[in-house]
Design a protein around this ligand. Structure first.
Ligand SMILES: Nc1ncnc2c1ncn2[C@@H]1O[C@H](COP(=O)(O)OP(=O)(O)OP(=O)(O)O)[C@@H](O)[C@H]1O
Ligand SMILES: [Mg+2]
Length: 266
């Protein structure tokens, strides 16, 4: 049995995480820590293992080696929705919104595992049900406002929003669970420069709430603006970690990004 990590550890910590998919070594001996109010950027070329790392941390990938701990508590064999209850939320690289739900319903539905109502409360519309529904609506509206969607018609279908707004809605859905750790997988994908600048500003406001944020992003302007530290993966391994400026100038990082085009004496 793996033991819990010592107390006093970072909010989220990974130690020596390795993951294989059949013959593919997606992660090899990856370690990191992230504390409250800190943004750790995670970058690397396509296939470097960034999403795999998120899957391990958020309980979507079992069968990994190493240890992941939230507030010092091991997350091994803990289900994804239990991990949400422990204070971790994530967004996905590909937008995952339900086409049958409105904007408001999307953010209300995300709260349901947090509400205490049982099946009977729901069926009978007990006073507790009505009280908690009203609270869920208020919270949803507050979070929509926070992510900059306060002016939208809350009754329109989520998937009919413009792309950038769908990404913000996913963020709202994650934030309404009141996480202490937030994993963002390419939140700026498909955004124009103006939208990604606004997203950077939003990530900074989230960090100021005291959340620990793991930010996977290909848009370097977002990574550089938001991150306190940056972890660089290449072929599943950490090849650099440091301040945004230091990592950007690291010759190994530059090489990894330029890839095969810089063979010397080929
Ligand atoms: N479910 C899976 N089954 C088999 N191989 C997988 C699976 N998911 C990922 N891989 C492989 O694991 C490696 C890491 O993939 P991963 O998606 O974590 O990379 P990434 O850094 O997120 O890439 P991208 O920037 O393209 O999103 C790749 O070689 C990928 O093909
Ligand atoms: Mg990915």
């Amino acid at each position: 049995m793996p033991t819990d990590l010592p107390a006093g550890a970072a909010v989220l910590e990974a130690r020596g995480v390795s993951l294989r998919y059949g013959g593919v070594q997606a992660l090899r001996d990856v370690s990191f820590r992230v504390g409250a109010g800190e943004v750790l950027g995670v970058i690397g070329p396509n296939g470097a293992g960034k999403t795999s790392l998120f899957n391990v941390v958020s309980g979507f990938a079992s069968g990994y080696q190493g240890e992941v701990a939230l507030d010092g508590r091991s997350l091994r064999r803990v289900d994804p929705d239990v991990i949400v209850g422990l204070g971790m939320a994530r967004t996905f690289q590909n937008i995952r919104l339900f086409s049958s739900l409105t904007v408001l319903e999307t953010v209300i539905a995300a709260q349901h595992r947090r509400l205490r109502q049982g099946v009977l409360d729901t069926v009978l519309h007990t006073p507790r049900f009505r009280r908690e529904e009203a609270l869920a609506v208020r919270r949803a509206r507050r979070v929509l406002e926070f992510v900059g969607l306060g002016d939208l018609d809350p009754d329109q279908l989520a998937t009919q929003l413009p792309y950038g707004a769908q990404r913000r809605l996913e963020l709202a859905r994650a934030l309404v669970t009141y996480p202490r750790v937030l994993l963002l997988d390419e939140p700026a994908a498909g955004m124009n420069p103006r939208e990604s600048a606004a997203l950077s500003e939003l990530v900074t406001r989230i960090r100021r709430l005291g959340l620990a944020v793991l930010l996977v992003e290909h848009d370097m302007s977002v990574v550089m603006r938001c991150s306190d530290r940056v972890l660089v993966l290449n072929f599943g391994e950490v090849i650099a970690e440091g301040s945004p400026a230091a990592v950007q100038d690291d010759p190994q990082v530059v090489r990894a990004y330029l890839g095969d085009e810089v063979h010397v004496g080929g």
